[in-house]
Design a protein around this ligand. Structure first.
Ligand code: PLP
Length: 396
């Protein structure tokens, strides 16, 4: 095993305690990351994709941090059989390299012209859509005596990154293949369901495969990668409609947190562990209060107009957890039955505990499950303590 993290921290993690375990009190809020659950989900995704001839790159961008979470999550994904690790930022990739991570890394955001030297240095492959950038990568790869792999992105209608004109993509692909010595045309790919909310389907993905076949004919070899999207393509893998020829996906949320497919797509997927990111936060006040604000209603802490429903006097717990920790107050879901998140601000979350199944008191710790937004923010937030757990039942 390479040295991913310091031995002391690793031994703490193996014991199940995490870096904070020896402390007599926790620095709340605490984010508990279930690495066993992440491994389980990665293995589930990798195995179901393998059956369809599809490789999975595990995307860690939603779980980045300068602490160890990024590295640990990446390690679980590789252990489960992912072919590469994908991330969107060079600074976190660089950090992971410094910590000794040596598996192949794919940069999944189109590189900034100002970071190309590091792209060549710290990654093995990148998604691209600008020939000028690719030519510069070729030049820098030559200087570093390296080869860099390129996946050209085709915009199939979601209108974020990629060529919108397939002829232009094909032309650039041929140019890269013929003219650029230090760049390997690794394949083509697409991204859906991000800006334009476009669903992957057989029409748009068939089009991607057909563009790949045209390029292959013209260059006289197979492309290694035809990358058909992210977590949102997994439903097509599961119901068997993913077109033949798609042989790669880049999956982040569907492995790390695995909530979207159930919460948003409405699929019943008990095979996935859906509580890998648990946030624990402390109650700092409990009072019975009116549910309708008193006085003239104007705007909230973020200048937003809000509406309030008068439900009479309610028992409320004020929790030391806010937008600074989780991005959006409603991106966490309390684990205690009968409680509901009412709202909050930068540093506070208001929890209605009138009908709580558990008797709560000042100082108690309340657990929350995180959605994608809370996962991203809490892993990045320097005010959140991260702990890692390996539950007994996780497959080793
Ligand atoms: C974020 C991202 C992914 C991963 O998306 P998930 O929905 O987390 O699976 C894949 N590819 C690109 C280009 C991305 O930006």
């Amino acid at each position: 095993m390479s040295i991913y993290i310091s031995e002391i921290v690793y031994n703490e993690i193996k014991k199940g305690g995490g870096p904070m375990s020896s402390a007599t009190h926790e620095n709340y809020p605490v984010l508990e990351i279930n690495l066993g659950g992440i491994y389980h989900n990665a293995k589930t995704v990798v195995d179901m994709c393998k059956e369809k001839g599809i490789w999975v790159t595990g995307v860690v961008k939603g779980t980045d941090s300068f602490e160890n979470s990024y590295l640990e999550v990446a390690r679980q994904m590789m252990r489960a059989g992912c072919n590469m690790i994908g991330d969107s930022r060079i600074n976190t990739i660089k950090r992971m390299r410094e910590l000794g991570f040596d598996a192949p890394v794919l940069l999944i955001r189109i590189p900034m012209p100002s970071e190309l030297e590091d792209v060549v240095k710290f990654t093995d492959a990148s998604l691209n859509s600008e020939l000028e950038t690719i030519k510069q990568l070729d030049f820098l790869a030559g200087q570093q005596n390296k080869n860099h792999k390129i996946i050209l992105m085709m915009d199939l209608g979601d209108l974020r990154e990629g060529y919108i004109d397939d002829k232009e993509l094909i032309k650039d692909a041929l140019y890269i293949e013929k003219e650029l010595k230090n760049i390997t045309l690794y394949g083509i790919g697409t991204n859906l369901g991000c800006y334009g909310s476009i669903k992957p389907d057989t029409v748009n993905l068939d089009r991607l495969v057909s563009i790949a076949r045209t390029i292959e004919q013209r260059i006289g070899r197979k492309l290694d990668v035809v990358s058909g999207g992210a977590t949102s393509t997994l439903p097509m893998v599961m119901d068997g409609t993913v077109p033949e020829g798609i042989n790669h996906l880049r999956v982040g949320e569907g492995i790390a947190n695995a909530r979207d497919l159930q919460d948003i797509w409405g699929l019943d997927l008990p095979i996935f562990r859906r509580n890998n990111y648990i946030i624990k936060a402390q109650i700092i006040e409990i009072k019975e209060k009116p549910s309708y604000p008193i006085g003239e209603i104007f705007v909230d802490a973020f200048g937003q107009k809000q509406t309030y429903v008068d439900r009479g006097t309610r028992k409320r717990a004020l929790i030391a957890l806010g937008k600074r920790d989780i991005g959006d107050i409603f991106s966490v879901c309390p684990c205690i039955g009968g409680t509901t998140v009412e709202g909050g601000s930068s540093d506070h979350l208001i929890l209605d505990i009138t009908d709580s199944e558990t008797d709560l008191k000042l100082g108690d710790i309340v657990e929350f499950e995180s959605c994608y937004c809370a996962m991203i923010h809490s892993t990045y937030s320097s005010s959140v303590t991260k702990k890692y757990i390996f539950p007994q039942d996780s497959e080793e």
